[in-house]
Ligand binder design. Structure first.
Ligand SMILES: Nc1ncnc2c1ncn2[C@@H]1O[C@H](COP(=O)(O)OP(=O)(O)OP(=O)(O)O)[C@@H](O)[C@H]1O
Length: 250
């Protein structure tokens, strides 16, 4: 099987000494759908950003598409990043541009002719069922529509890997479910999908692979998994117990 992502013993330590991810090892096959779950601060965003090269590892090795990220010269990273579609809350829409312009922006870096950009944007809006939003401004969109526009912007460049951080944050149940079904359909078309999520119900219903993080460590990695609170709690209890013993000794 072709591997899209390989992590070997990867640790990310931030400048202030906080550990974002600790000794993580896993592989993601081409075309897989993987959820990354864990409580707030457990390291989900860190893991996603290490894959997309928005962050670099402090130790260990990461391969994406068969390329060791350490071997890519800094100046070449923006080109390398073009294989990723990234949907995350921090990357908001530009408020004074309409939806078509917002999505087109993502394609300008690819230096394609304007005619092709226009066609591709229209196709993407149709695929995601939001053609009616083409001339609307971000403030005019419902929560569900805004989420789809963010997804459209990630998808328009025809990425090999979609990296999605909390897609259903601030969405109601119906809109969340619709968006998850859309992600499942895109995955069936062959896009590798890596999704960080807090949504217990959706993760459990989808029955995809689930990587569970606690305090930066992978505590469970299950095919057809569920949102496993128990794994999180058992590991967290163990860690508190170990810390208690350590402080008793010193
Ligand atoms: N830029 C940063 N500088 C210092 N520490 C950071 C930074 N970003 C994240 N961290 C720390 O790394 C750990 C993991 O954070 P991360 O954002 O990856 O967690 P998360 O699971 O995505 O959280 P959330 O669900 O709240 O988004 C946390 O302890 C956090 O405080």
């Amino acid at each position: 099987m072709v591997k899209d992502v390989i992590f070997r013993d990867v640790t990310k330590t931030y400048e202030d000494g906080s550990i974002g991810l600790e000794r993580a090892s896993f592989e993601i096959e081409k075309g897989e759908f993987v959820f990354v779950v864990g409580k707030s601060g457990s390291g989900k965003s860190t893991l996603l950003k290490l894959i997309s090269t928005q962050l670099m590892a402090s130790c260990g090795e990461i391969e994406v598409g068969g390329i060791d990220l350490d071997t890519i010269p800094k100046g070449k990273l923006p080109y390398f990043r073009r294989q990723f579609g990234i949907m995350e809350r921090e990357l908001g829409l530009v408020t004074d541009l309409d939806v078509t312009a917002n999505i087109s922006l993502a394609m300008f870096a690819t230096e394609q002719p304007f005619r092709l950009i226009k066609k591709r944007v229209e196709q993407t809006l149709t695929t995601l069922g939001i053609s009616h939003c083409a001339k609307m401004y971000p403030r005019q969109l419902s929560g569900g529509e805004a989420a789809r526009v963010l997804l459209a912007r990630a998808l328009v460049i025809n990425p090999k890997i979609l990296i999605i951080d909390e897609p259903t944050a601030n969405l109601d149940e119906d809109a969340s479910w619709d968006l998850m079904c859309l992600l499942r359909d895109l995955n069936r078309m062959g896009v590798t999908m890596i999704v960080a999520s807090h949504s217990r119900e959706l993760v459990t219903i989808m029955r995809k692979r689930v990587i569970t993080l606690v305090s930066g460590k992978i505590v469970k990695d299950e095919k057809r998994g569920i949102y496993n609170d128990k794994a999180m709690d058992i590991f967290a209890e163990k860690r508190v117990e170990n810390e208690r013993r350590y402080y008793e000794r010193v």
